[in-house]
Design a protein around this ligand. Structure first.
Ligand code: SAM
Length: 298
C-alpha cells in the first residue's frame, strides 16, 4: 500500500499485542484480501472499504508506529517533522482547530496541550478506540467524532484552522467534496494545512529499497489503487492526485495556496515507514504538505 488510511459501523478488531512480520498481514487476512487492482471506486465503496481496513489494521498500526508518533505529539510525516518545530498552523491558543482523519488523535491531543479547542474526526472506530485509550492514559481527553470527512457532522464557520497528517485526503473518492466540507466548517481566513504522500511517489513501486527507485506507473494515470478480496470487492482504496489536481481542487473550494512544504529526509534519521526510507528520502520527496488559507465563501 502507498501510505505509512454511509459506512456500516464495524465491531473493533480483537486487540493484538505485536505487529505481524508483514506489517499488513493480519488486516489482509481479516479482510480476505486476495490481490491488487486498479479500477474506479466510488465514494460509498471507498468509505466502506477504508473503514473496514483501518478498523482491521488499527492495532498493528499502533504497535508499529505508535512510539514514533507519540501519544500527544504532532508529527506531520514519516520524515519526522514536528509541528512544535515547523509551526505551520501558527498560534493555536484559544482557537478552534479541527483535525481531519485524526486516527488515534496524537495531533489533536498535542493541539489541546497548546491551548487549542481541538476536535478530531476519523472514519474508523478502531482508530478512535486507540484515541480514547490514549486519552485515558495521558489524561488529555479531546472530543473525537466518528464520521466520513466527505460529510462532516459539524456546523459551518466553526473552526479557525483545519489540519490533517495523512488522514482522509488520500482515501476519499472526491477530494473536491472533502475540501468543500473543510471550507464550509472553516471561518473566513482560516488555515487548511494537510500532509499527503508526495504525488511523484505514485510512479514508483511501493518499496523502500532499490526496487522503489525505478518508475513503473504513469504519473498521469489517476485510476485508484485498490486491494480486493476474491470476489473483487475493495478491501482498501487509495487515490492519486497530481500536484495540479490538488491546486485546482483547493482553488475551486476557495483556498489560496500559501506554501507547499516538501520535508527533506533528515541526516541521521534511519527509521523506515512502509515505502519511506533513508535511501529514497535522500533522492526525492516523500511528503507534500499543502498550506492554504480560506479566502472566500463558496
Ligand atoms: C495514515 S492514518 C493517519 C492518522 C494520524 N494522522 C496518524 O498519523 O496516526 C489515516 C487515517 O485516515 C482515516 N480515514 C480514512 N478515510 C477517511 C475518511 N473518509 N474520513 C475520515 N477519516 C478517514 C483512517 O481511518 C485513518 O485513521
Amino acid at each position: 500500500m502507498v501510505t505509512p488510511p454511509p459506512p456500516t459501523p464495524r465491531t473493533p478488531p480483537t486487540p493484538q499485542t505485536a505487529p505481524a512480520a508483514d506489517r499488513h498481514e493480519r488486516a489482509e487476512q481479516r479482510l480476505h484480501t486476495a490481490g491488487v487492482a486498479y479500477r474506479p471506486v466510488d465514494s460509498a465503496e471507498a468509505a466502506s472499504a477504508n473503514l473496514a481496513w483501518w478498523d482491521a489494521d488499527a492495532d498493528d498500526y499502533h504497535a508499529t508506529h505508535g512510539e514514533f508518533l507519540g501519544e500527544s505529539d504532532f508529527r506531520w510525516c514519516p520524515e519526522g517533522l514536528l509541528e512544535a518545530d515547523a509551526r505551520l498552523l501558527g498560534e493555536v491558543r484559544d482557537t478552534d482547530v479541527l483535525e481531519v482523519g485524526c486516527g488515534s488523535a496524537p495531533c489533536t491531543r498535542w493541539l489541546h496541550t497548546q491551548g487549542a479547542r481541538a476536535v478530531g474526526v476519523d472514519l474508523s472506530g478502531g482508530m478512535l478506540r486507540h484515541g480514547l485509550a490514549a486519552g485515558e492514559r495521558t489524561g488529555i481527553r479531546v472530543p473525537l467524532v466518528q464520521a466520513n470527512a466527505e460529510r462532516l457532522p459539524l456546523a459551518g464557520d466553526s473552526f479557525d484552522t483545519a489540519c490533517s497528517a495523512f488522514g482522509a485526503v488520500p482515501f476519499v473518492a472526491s477530494v473536491e467534496t472533502l475540501f468543500a466540507e473543510v471550507a464550509r466548517v472553516l471561518r473566513p481566513g482560516g488555515r487548511w494545512v494537510f500532509a499527503v504522500t508526495h504525488p511523484m511517489r505514485w510512479i514508483f513501486p511501493d518499496d523502500p529499497g532499490p526496487t522503489g527507485l525505478t518508475a513503473t506507473q504513469p504519473y498521469f494515470d489517476r485510476t485508484p489503487y485498490v486491494e480486493v478480496d476474491a470476489d473483487g470487492r475493495a478491501t482498501y482504496v487509495e487515490y492519486h492526485r497530481t500536484m495540479g489536481d490538488y491546486v485546482r481542487a483547493l482553488a475551486a473550494a476557495g483556498f489560496r495556496l500559501t506554501d507547499l512544504i516538501e520535508p527533506e529526509w533528515p541526516e541521521g534519521h534511519t527509521r523506515t515507514w512502509g515505502q519511506w526510507s533513508p535511501l529514497r528520502g535522500k533522492l526525492f520527496p516523500g511528503t507534500a504538505i499543502f498550506h492554504t488559507v480560506k479566502e472566500r465563501q463558496t
